[in-house]
Design a protein. Structure first.
Length: 159
């Protein structure tokens, strides 16, 4: 498990607690490199990760649905399907360990956005426009300008 502070891969477990039904083990960990303490929620690999929508409804994490929205967000961006499948694997693995059960859908959305921002700025904006619930076009444009300031790759966004 990566340290959220320095990215070091080794940590020691300070405390472990099992959920009553045995499905999740909550662990306090300390990074062996920088000493940062963080919590992981380790779920059984054979159980689905549950996600709670804003409406309150709880559903299993849907890999194919996420993959479809990533395909839509990366149309004409020349990103191989295998890259997107790896992205889905990484995200599923991360939400499995980083959040308590059920995982709020906003946290899932944020995990996707963090990774898309690194992969492709245009795809990030497309995805963000859906997931961040922009109230109006001004907010959307502000977000665009934010990104343009740090990276000029937004110039080739297609309308
Ligand atoms: Zn660390």
């Amino acid at each position: 498990m990566l340290c959220p502070n320095c990215g070091h891969t080794e940590s020691k477990v300070i405390d472990s607690r099992s959920a009553k039904d045995g499905s999740t083990i909550k662990r306090r960990r300390e990074c062996l490199s920088c000493g940062t303490r963080f919590t992981t929620f380790e779920r059984r690999e054979d159980l689905p990760v549950m996600v709670q929508k804003r409406s309150g409804r709880i559903e299993p994490f849907d890999r194919s649905k996420l993959l479809r929205s990533l395909v839509t967000a990366t149309v004409k961006r020349n990103i191989p399907l295998a890259t997107l499948q790896e992205l889905v694997d990484t995200i599923e693995n991360d939400i499995r360990y980083k959040y308590r059960d059920p995982v709020p859908s906003q946290e899932l959305g944020n995990e996707v956005l963090i990774r898309l921002a690194k992969l492709d700025k245009v795809a990030y904006i497309r995805f963000a426009s859906v997931y961040k619930d922009f109230q109006n076009l001004d907010e959307f444009n502000a977000e665009l300008q934010n990104l343009s300031a740090s990276d000029s790759s937004t110039e080739d966004i297609e309308s």
